[in-house]
Each structure stands twice: as structure tokens, then as C-alpha cells.
Design a protein around this ligand. Structure first.
Ligand code: CA
Ligand code: CA
Ligand code: CA
Length: 280
């Protein structure tokens, strides 16, 4: 398959469609080794990581998420004892570029794990970083700079109404399709929210959402309302739109209390309040 990479040690791994061809690709970070961007081509994988992306680091978590809801996922590297990294897709040039992280750079951060989730239920993803395995540091939460981009969030459920890990979700708009998998996480000791979060950019019209469960059951939702979270039930043809979905405490990051998170300044990212009583 072209991904044996037998001399490296993987820590964080995520899957996303790197080249927007509708096929999921593979990104992972090697501990103090070259990082990889493997694109699917003709049943095999080809590494397309450039020099900046592949440069070695003490990586823990690698995750992909559309932080600015522009319709293209970013890739975040949480490193330990050295600056974190963020890469974004330049849709005009078709290349991946390094992006300023602002305070989330955490140059002296002793990162242990990181997750993304819509913690404050405003339709934009926050970045949550835990520290502490190699030294005491507080948790941090970062929110991207606000904009008027649209989004849609899909929560597929099993027949027992549990989150459908392993389900595939596709969102189709006029010009392209986006794809996500509901997975259990992409980093060291981390677990993500079981929601497929899609940024839609300026176009809020969605032609179709297709959910496919691991057992092959499939459901299509035509012309769904955007800027909502949609819970997709396994048994029924009718989908249910909900506004409130997950409590922050449903996230699992080392089981540390989220109330110890600190508030830092505003830059590329801004920090959300953590005073919600549901966090206690
Ligand atoms: Ca692809
Ligand atoms: Ca984006
Ligand atoms: Ca949010």
C-alpha cells in the first residue's frame, strides 16, 4: 500500500481528504521523525508532505478540523516542549501552507493531548489542549477568530441511540463533496466528539447529506438546514434537528477537570470563557 514506514514511530494520526477528490487520505506525525501526508492514488498511498510539513518534532496529537468553517480542514500538530503547528489548504494554489497559531503556538507547552469540539455550541470548533504528563501546566482552550461562514454538523446514531463510531458522512454542495468519518480520536489518549463537523464557507445551501453506517445501512437527507446540528437516527427515515448536543464534560482528555483551563489572550485564536456551570 506504500505506507509501511517501518523505521518510524507514529503518535498522532488523522484522516482527511487532502486533495479534494472524495477519497480519504492519511496524515500522521512520527516521534522526532518525518511527518507524513499520504494521498490515495490507484489503490496505493503516495507521500506528498513538503519540507515544512515533514520536519521533525516531538509530536503527540495530530488532528484535522475546519476551524474557520471555510470548507477546508486544517491540520494541527500538538508537540511537547516545542511549538505547536497548524497547516491550512490553499485552495487557489492547491498546496498546504503553514499558518500562524497565535497563543496556541505554546512554544513551551508540555502538550499531552488535544481535541476539537464545539464546546460552546456556536457552530465553530474550539481547540482543547491538555498538558501535564511531563510537568504541571493548565489546560488551554482556544477559539478561532469569528467570521460569517456557514456550517452543518451531523451526529449519526446507532440503533441503540449511541454515537455511531465508524459511520461515514458526506456533505454535497454545488461544486464539491466533503467527507468525514465518526472516529474515536486522532491523538495520544484523546477522544473526539462523535460529530461530523463541516464548514460550508459563504454558501449555506447543502444539496444532500449521506450517512453510511458500518453495517452498510445508508440514509440520505435532501436539502438539510445548515447552521444546525442534525441528529440522524438509525431506524427512522425522519432526521431530527437539535440545537444542543453535547456537554463539554462528554469529552475525554485524560479525565482531568476542564475547570482548570486557563484563559489566555486574543490573536489568531481567542479564548472562550470556561465559567459555564455545566463544567463543574
Ligand atoms: Ca483524497
Ligand atoms: Ca478551514
Ligand atoms: Ca464553538
Amino acid at each position: 500500500m506504500g505506507i509501511s514506514d517501518r523505521y518510524e514511530h507514529v503518535w498522532g494520526v488523522t484522516s482527511l481528504d487532502l486533495n479534494n477528490d472524495g477519497l480519504l487520505d492519511l496524515v500522521y506525525g512520527n516521534w522526532e521523525g518525518n511527518h507524513r501526508m499520504f494521498v490515495q492514488k490507484n489503490g496505493r498511498f503516495e507521500n506528498i508532505a513538503n519540507k515544512t510539513f515533514e520536519s521533525k518534532s516531538k509530536v503527540r496529537t495530530v488532528l484535522s478540523a475546519d476551524f474557520d468553517n471555510n470548507g477546508f480542514e486544517e491540520i494541527f500538530f500538538n508537540n511537547i516542549g516545542e511549538p505547536n503547528r497548524l497547516f491550512e489548504y490553499n485552495e487557489f494554489l492547491g498546496v498546504w501552507e503553514s499558518k500562524n497559531l497565535g497563543p496556541a503556538l505554546e512554544p513551551n507547552g508540555l502538550g499531552t493531548g488535544a481535541v476539537v469540539a464545539d464546546l460552546n455550541l456556536n457552530g465553530r470548533l474550539e481547540l482543547f489542549i491538555s498538558h501535564g504528563e511531563s510537568g504541571r501546566q493548565p489546560l488551554t482552550i482556544y477559539e478561532n477568530v469569528r467570521n460569517d461562514n456557514n456550517f452543518i454538523r451531523i451526529l449519526p446514531l446507532t440503533k441503540f441511540n449511541a454515537p455511531a463510531r465508524g459511520a461515514k458522512v458526506k456533505v454535497i454542495q454545488n461544486s464539491r463533496a466533503q467527507i468525514r468519518f465518526i472516529d474515536s480520536g486522532s491523538g495520544y489518549l484523546c477522544q473526539m466528539e462523535p460529530v461530523a463537523h463541516f464548514g460550508l464557507g459563504k454558501n449555506k445551501n447543502v444539496i444532500k447529506v449521506i450517512v453510511e453506517w458500518p453495517d452498510g445501512n445508508k440514509k440520505e437527507i435532501l436539502n438539510p438546514i445548515s447552521n444546525k446540528t442534525i441528529k440522524v437516527l438509525y431506524w427512522y427515515l425522519k432526521s431530527q434537528i437539535i440545537n444542543v448536543l453535547l456537554r463539554p464534560k462528554d469529552l475525554c482528555v485524560h479525565a482531568l477537570p476542564i475547570r482548570n483551563a486557563v484563559v489566555v489572550g486574543r490573536a489568531w485564536v481567542e479564548i472562550i470563557s470556561t465559567r459555564d456551570t455545566s463544567l463543574k
